[in-house]
Design a protein around this ligand. Structure first.
Ligand SMILES: [Zn+2]
Length: 168
């Protein structure tokens, strides 16, 4: 098994990768930006072993990227929400999403929620010249793209959806 840290690497990229560089971690964060908050929703959308998901969530909480709170609607359960440090990963995540779209396959578009204009590759709105934070960004499937899954998170995300807005 590979080690999780990059001992001997004194680069800040290495220290960021200690937090977000593990398999599945960026997908967990992507879903958190999509508004997924509950363990069961992450599990059904990501379709990963629950033990792996638990470990990724625990690590993200420990690193201050997610916060674990009591679920206001379900006693004894918890929700996971992005902290300020977590939200600050939006530009990096968006850059990776755009890269994937350009060099892999287009799946999803991101737009400035206030005016509906698609963000440019830097995450800025070409219409108003703003660099919207994730709370002002809306996502929708790219034209012709299909979600390919039918779990409740995928179904909710097949409609336009504002980032960070809890998915029910
Ligand atoms: Zn705009």
């Amino acid at each position: 098994m590979l080690g999780k840290d990059y001992e001997g690497q004194f680069c800040t990229l290495a220290s960021a990768l200690e937090v977000v560089g593990e398999r599945w971690t960026l997908l967990v964060l992507r879903d958190a930006f999509y508004g997924v908050r509950r363990f069961s929703d992450f599990a059904v959308h990501l379709d990963i072993p629950r033990a792996v998901l638990s470990e990724r969530l625990r690590s993200l909480v420990e690193h201050g990227v997610l916060e674990r709170r009591e679920d206001p609607e379900r006693a004894g359960r918890h929700v996971y929400e992005l902290t300020n440090a977590g939200r600050a990963l939006w530009p990096a995540l968006h850059a990776l999403l755009r890269w994937g779209e350009r060099f892999r396959s287009p799946r999803r578009h991101f737009a400035h929620a206030a005016c509906g204009t698609r963000l440019d590759e830097h995450g800025a709105c070409p219409a108003c010249g703003k660099l919207p934070g994730p709370e002002d960004v809306q996502t929708r499937l790219a034209p012709g793209a299909r979600s390919g899954r039918d779990d409740r998170v995928s179904l909710a995300l097949s409609e336009p959806h504002r980032l960070l807005q809890p998915l029910a």
